[in-house]
Design a protein around this ligand. Structure first.
Ligand code: NAD
Length: 300
C-alpha cells in the first residue's frame, strides 16, 4: 500500500458534524485545508455551513471529491455502517484512500473495518480523541492512533493541525484500547472526586477549599483540575460530552475486561454505577452530571 506526501493539497471529507466533528472541520478550514462535510442530520449540516464548512447531503458527493476521510460518529455501529454498509465508503472510495476514524469505538470493529477496507486498498487508522469540543475547536486535542506507521506519517500534517499531542500506540484497534483505558479512568475519577468532596462537606469543610487542596495534592486528576472547576462547581454542565457517550465508553471498558477474562472490580463497579444512574440522569445530559448521582444537594 502507498503513502501520501502532499496531504495539504488533498480535499478532506469529515463525516459526522456533531459536537466534535464540526469543530474539527472548522479547525482544518481555519488552518488552510480544503474540507467538505457530511452528516445525516440536516440541522448539523446547516450549523456547519454557517461556520464556513462546505457540506454535501449525500456521502457519494463527498467521496467524489475527497480521498482522505475523517469520521466523528457516536458509536462503533455507526462506523461499521458508514464504512461497510450498503451506502458505505468501501463502495465509493478509490484505492489509496485513507479513513481516519476519531470515534471512540470498539477495537474489534476497528480491526474488522480496517481489514475489509484494506481488501480494496483503502487504509484505516483508529484515532480517537480527547479534549472535548473546545479542544477540537482550538486544534489542541490529544489523539491516540492505531494503524500502519507509514499511513500515520503520511497524514501527520492533518493530525498535527487537529491536536497538540499524538501517541501512535500500535496496530489498528490499539488507538481505541488506549482511549477506552483513558475514559475508564475519567469516568471513575469523576465519581471518586464527587465522593471525596461529599465526604469533606458532610464533615463540615468547604468543598471548594477541599477541591483546591486536592489539586495541590496527590489525589488530583483531570476530573478535579479541569472538569469540576469548569463544569461542576459552577453548575454549568455544558462540556459538550453527554452521559450517553460516557456510558458507552465505560461499557466498552467492561466489555473489553470481560472479553479478556480479567478481574477488574473497580472497572466493573464504575460501569455499574454509570448504568444505574440512567434511572435519574438521561443520556442527553452533560457527562459531569454524574456528580449529582453521588450528591444531588451539593452538585445539583
Ligand atoms: P455527537 O452526537 O454530537 O455527533 C455525532 C454526529 O454523527 C451527529 O451529528 C450525527 O447526526 C452524526 N451521524 C450519526 N450517524 C451518522 C451517519 N451514518 N452518517 C453521517 N453522520 C452520522 O457526538 P460527539 O460528541 O461529536 O462525539 C463523536 C465521537 O467522539 C463519539 O464517539 C464520542 O464518544 C467521541 N468523543 C466525544 C467527545 C466530546 O467531548 N463530545 C470527546 C472525545 C471523544
Amino acid at each position: 500500500m502507498f503513502y501520501r506526501t502532499n496531504v495539504m493539497d488533498q480535499a478532506i471529507g469529515v463525516i459526522g458534524l456533531g459536537n466534535m466533528g464540526s469543530n474539527m472541520a472548522a479547525t482544518l478550514v481555519r488552518k488552510g485545508f480544503s474540507v467538505c462535510g457530511f452528516d445525516l442530520s440536516s440541522d448539523a449540516r446547516g450549523m456547519a455551513s454557517e461556520r464556513g464548512i462546505e457540506c454535501v447531503d449525500d456521502i457519494t458527493k463527498l467521496t467524489a471529491k475527497c480521498s482522505i476521510l475523517i469520521l466523528s460518529l457516536p458509536k462503533a455501529e455507526h462506523v461499521e455502517a458508514v464504512c461497510l454498509g450498503a451506502q458505505g465508503l468501501i463502495h465509493f472510495l478509490p484505492a489509496n484512500a485513507i479513513v481516519i476514524d476519531t470515534t471512540t469505538s470498539v477495537p474489534e470493529t476497528s480491526r474488522r473495518v480496517g481489514e475489509k477496507l484494506a481488501e480494496n486498498d483503502i487504509a484505516f487508522l483508529d484515532a480517537p480523541v480527547s479534549g472535548g469540543p473546545a479542544g477540537a475547536a482550538a486544534g489542541t486535542m490529544a489523539m491516540v492512533i492505531g494503524g500502519d506507521e507509514k499511513i500515520y506519517q503520511s497524514v501527520l500534517p492533518i493530525l498535527e493541525a487537529m491536536s497538540r499531542v499524538r501517541v501512535h500506540v500500535g496496530d489498528i484497534g490499539a488507538g481505541n484500547i488506549a482511549k477506552i483505558a483513558n475514559n475508564m479512568l475519567a469516568a471513575a475519577h469523576l465519581v471518586t472526586t464527587a465522593e471525596a468532596l461529599t465526604l469533606a462537606e458532610k464533615a463540615g469543610v468547604d468543598p471548594e477549599k477541599v477541591l483546591q487542596a486536592i489539586n495541590a495534592g496527590s489525589g488530583r486528576s483531570a476530573a478535579s483540575e479541569a472538569m469540576f472547576p469548569t463544569w461542576v462547581m459552577n453548575k454549568a454542565y455544558d462540556s459538550g460530552f453527554t452521559m450517553g457517550l460516557m456510558r458507552k465508553d465505560i461499557g466498552l471498558a467492561k466489555d473489553l475486561a470481560q472479553e479478556l477474562d480479567l478481574n477488574l472490580p473497580m472497572t466493573l463497579q464504575t460501569e455499574k454505577l454509570w448504568q444505574a444512574s440512567s434511572s435519574v440522569i438521561s443520556d442527553d445530559k452533560d457527562f459531569c452530571c454524574i456528580a449529582q448521582y453521588t450528591n444531588a444537594d451539593l452538585f445539583g
